[in-house]
Write a protein that binds this ligand. Sequence first.
Ligand SMILES: [Fe+2]
Length: 178
Amino acid sequence: MPSYHSLEGTFPELTLIKNTTLREKVSRVWTTAQEKGGWTHLEDVPFTMIFPDSGRLVDHTRRITKLALAAAGVRDEKLNTDYLVAGALLHDVGKLLEYEMINGKVDKRRGQTQRHPTIGAALAQEIGLPSEVVLIIAAHSHEGDTMNRTPEAIIVHHCDFIDFEIKKTLQKKGEQKK
Ligand SMILES: [Fe+2]
Protein backbone atom coordinates (compact mmCIF):
# COMPACT_ATOMS: atom_id res chain seq x y z
CA MET A 1 0.00 0.00 0.00
CA PRO A 2 1.50 3.38 -0.92
CA SER A 3 2.16 5.95 1.77
CA TYR A 4 0.25 9.22 1.81
CA HIS A 5 3.30 10.99 0.37
CA SER A 6 3.73 8.61 -2.55
CA LEU A 7 0.06 9.18 -3.40
CA GLU A 8 0.78 12.91 -3.59
CA GLY A 9 3.49 11.96 -6.09
CA THR A 10 0.86 10.20 -8.21
CA PHE A 11 -1.74 12.94 -7.72
CA PRO A 12 -0.01 16.28 -7.06
CA GLU A 13 -3.49 17.90 -7.25
CA LEU A 14 -4.18 16.46 -3.77
CA THR A 15 -2.25 19.42 -2.35
CA LEU A 16 -4.86 21.78 -3.85
CA ILE A 17 -7.39 20.52 -1.28
CA LYS A 18 -7.10 23.12 1.47
CA ASN A 19 -8.95 21.17 4.16
CA THR A 20 -6.33 18.69 5.40
CA THR A 21 -8.93 16.28 6.85
CA LEU A 22 -10.65 16.11 3.47
CA ARG A 23 -7.29 15.68 1.72
CA GLU A 24 -6.37 12.77 3.99
CA LYS A 25 -9.76 11.13 3.48
CA VAL A 26 -9.38 11.36 -0.32
CA SER A 27 -6.00 9.63 0.00
CA ARG A 28 -7.49 6.99 2.25
CA VAL A 29 -10.21 6.16 -0.29
CA TRP A 30 -7.56 5.64 -3.00
CA THR A 31 -5.27 3.51 -0.81
CA THR A 32 -8.20 1.45 0.52
CA ALA A 33 -9.48 0.81 -3.02
CA GLN A 34 -5.97 -0.15 -4.11
CA GLU A 35 -5.64 -2.59 -1.24
CA LYS A 36 -9.15 -4.07 -1.66
CA GLY A 37 -8.70 -4.30 -5.41
CA GLY A 38 -5.34 -6.03 -5.08
CA TRP A 39 -3.47 -3.56 -7.32
CA THR A 40 0.30 -3.58 -6.80
CA HIS A 41 0.74 -0.49 -8.98
CA LEU A 42 -1.93 2.16 -9.53
CA GLU A 43 -0.36 2.77 -12.93
CA ASP A 44 -1.62 -0.66 -14.07
CA VAL A 45 -5.29 0.39 -13.87
CA PRO A 46 -6.63 1.36 -17.32
CA PHE A 47 -8.73 4.49 -17.85
CA THR A 48 -11.53 2.41 -19.39
CA MET A 49 -12.17 -1.04 -20.82
CA ILE A 50 -14.96 0.24 -23.11
CA PHE A 51 -12.36 0.71 -25.86
CA PRO A 52 -8.75 -0.54 -26.08
CA ASP A 53 -5.58 1.47 -25.49
CA SER A 54 -7.35 4.09 -23.38
CA GLY A 55 -4.27 4.89 -21.31
CA ARG A 56 -3.91 4.95 -17.54
CA LEU A 57 -6.61 5.79 -15.02
CA VAL A 58 -4.18 7.96 -13.03
CA ASP A 59 -3.58 10.17 -16.09
CA HIS A 60 -7.31 10.41 -16.86
CA THR A 61 -8.01 11.33 -13.22
CA ARG A 62 -5.42 14.13 -13.31
CA ARG A 63 -6.79 15.45 -16.64
CA ILE A 64 -10.33 15.60 -15.22
CA THR A 65 -9.15 17.36 -12.07
CA LYS A 66 -7.29 19.99 -14.11
CA LEU A 67 -10.19 20.37 -16.56
CA ALA A 68 -12.66 20.78 -13.68
CA LEU A 69 -10.53 23.45 -12.04
CA ALA A 70 -10.19 25.29 -15.35
CA ALA A 71 -13.97 25.22 -15.84
CA ALA A 72 -14.57 26.42 -12.28
CA GLY A 73 -12.07 29.21 -12.82
CA VAL A 74 -14.23 30.94 -15.45
CA ARG A 75 -17.46 30.75 -13.45
CA ASP A 76 -18.79 33.71 -11.46
CA GLU A 77 -20.60 31.52 -8.95
CA LYS A 78 -18.85 30.69 -5.69
CA LEU A 79 -17.97 27.02 -6.08
CA ASN A 80 -16.47 24.77 -3.45
CA THR A 81 -13.10 23.93 -5.02
CA ASP A 82 -12.19 21.53 -2.20
CA TYR A 83 -15.25 19.43 -3.00
CA LEU A 84 -14.61 19.84 -6.72
CA VAL A 85 -10.99 18.61 -6.53
CA ALA A 86 -11.89 15.81 -4.08
CA GLY A 87 -14.75 14.66 -6.33
CA ALA A 88 -12.66 14.87 -9.50
CA LEU A 89 -9.82 12.90 -7.91
CA LEU A 90 -12.24 10.24 -6.64
CA HIS A 91 -14.83 10.04 -9.43
CA ASP A 92 -13.38 6.85 -10.96
CA VAL A 93 -11.78 5.29 -7.86
CA GLY A 94 -14.42 2.53 -8.01
CA LYS A 95 -12.67 1.18 -11.11
CA LEU A 96 -10.03 -0.29 -8.79
CA LEU A 97 -12.80 -2.62 -7.61
CA GLU A 98 -14.65 -2.90 -10.92
CA TYR A 99 -11.53 -4.10 -12.73
CA GLU A 100 -8.95 -6.59 -11.52
CA MET A 101 -5.62 -7.99 -12.62
CA ILE A 102 -5.78 -11.70 -13.39
CA ASN A 103 -2.59 -13.41 -14.58
CA GLY A 104 -1.15 -10.13 -15.81
CA LYS A 105 -4.31 -9.13 -17.71
CA VAL A 106 -6.97 -6.64 -16.64
CA ASP A 107 -10.41 -8.21 -16.32
CA LYS A 108 -13.86 -6.65 -15.94
CA ARG A 109 -15.70 -9.58 -14.37
CA ARG A 110 -16.08 -7.90 -10.99
CA GLY A 111 -18.00 -5.04 -12.60
CA GLN A 112 -20.86 -7.19 -13.79
CA THR A 113 -23.02 -6.62 -10.73
CA GLN A 114 -22.06 -3.04 -9.80
CA ARG A 115 -20.39 -0.28 -11.76
CA HIS A 116 -17.65 2.02 -10.51
CA PRO A 117 -19.82 5.09 -9.68
CA THR A 118 -21.81 3.05 -7.14
CA ILE A 119 -18.77 1.19 -5.81
CA GLY A 120 -16.70 4.38 -5.47
CA ALA A 121 -19.52 6.36 -3.83
CA ALA A 122 -20.15 3.58 -1.28
CA LEU A 123 -16.46 3.40 -0.38
CA ALA A 124 -16.17 7.19 -0.05
CA GLN A 125 -19.25 7.24 2.18
CA GLU A 126 -17.82 4.45 4.33
CA ILE A 127 -14.60 6.45 4.80
CA GLY A 128 -16.58 9.53 5.81
CA LEU A 129 -16.30 11.85 2.80
CA PRO A 130 -18.88 14.66 2.80
CA SER A 131 -22.15 13.88 1.00
CA GLU A 132 -21.32 16.60 -1.60
CA VAL A 133 -18.22 14.62 -2.65
CA VAL A 134 -20.07 11.28 -2.57
CA LEU A 135 -22.66 12.80 -4.92
CA ILE A 136 -19.96 13.91 -7.41
CA ILE A 137 -18.72 10.29 -7.57
CA ALA A 138 -22.20 8.72 -7.78
CA ALA A 139 -23.48 11.22 -10.38
CA HIS A 140 -20.45 11.59 -12.68
CA SER A 141 -21.63 9.02 -15.24
CA HIS A 142 -25.00 8.51 -16.98
CA GLU A 143 -26.33 6.86 -13.80
CA GLY A 144 -26.41 10.43 -12.44
CA ASP A 145 -28.60 11.84 -15.21
CA THR A 146 -31.68 11.54 -13.01
CA MET A 147 -29.92 12.82 -9.85
CA ASN A 148 -29.91 16.43 -8.69
CA ARG A 149 -26.30 17.28 -9.54
CA THR A 150 -24.70 20.23 -7.76
CA PRO A 151 -22.68 22.73 -9.87
CA GLU A 152 -19.48 20.87 -8.84
CA ALA A 153 -21.03 17.53 -9.90
CA ILE A 154 -22.14 19.03 -13.25
CA ILE A 155 -18.58 20.19 -13.94
CA VAL A 156 -16.96 16.83 -13.13
CA HIS A 157 -19.61 14.97 -15.17
CA HIS A 158 -19.01 17.06 -18.30
CA CYS A 159 -15.22 17.15 -17.93
CA ASP A 160 -15.24 13.37 -17.67
CA PHE A 161 -17.17 13.06 -20.92
CA ILE A 162 -14.91 15.57 -22.72
CA ASP A 163 -11.97 13.28 -21.98
CA PHE A 164 -13.88 10.05 -22.68
CA GLU A 165 -15.27 11.24 -26.04
CA ILE A 166 -11.97 12.69 -27.27
CA LYS A 167 -10.04 9.53 -26.33
CA LYS A 168 -12.71 7.30 -27.93
CA THR A 169 -12.77 9.29 -31.18
CA LEU A 170 -8.99 9.40 -31.50
CA GLN A 171 -8.74 5.70 -30.68
CA LYS A 172 -11.28 4.90 -33.47
CA LYS A 173 -9.31 7.00 -35.97
CA GLY A 174 -6.12 5.20 -34.92
CA GLU A 175 -7.88 1.86 -35.41
CA GLN A 176 -8.96 2.83 -38.95
CA LYS A 177 -5.35 3.66 -39.89
CA LYS A 178 -4.08 0.21 -38.78
FE1 LIG B 1 -13.69 9.27 -15.49
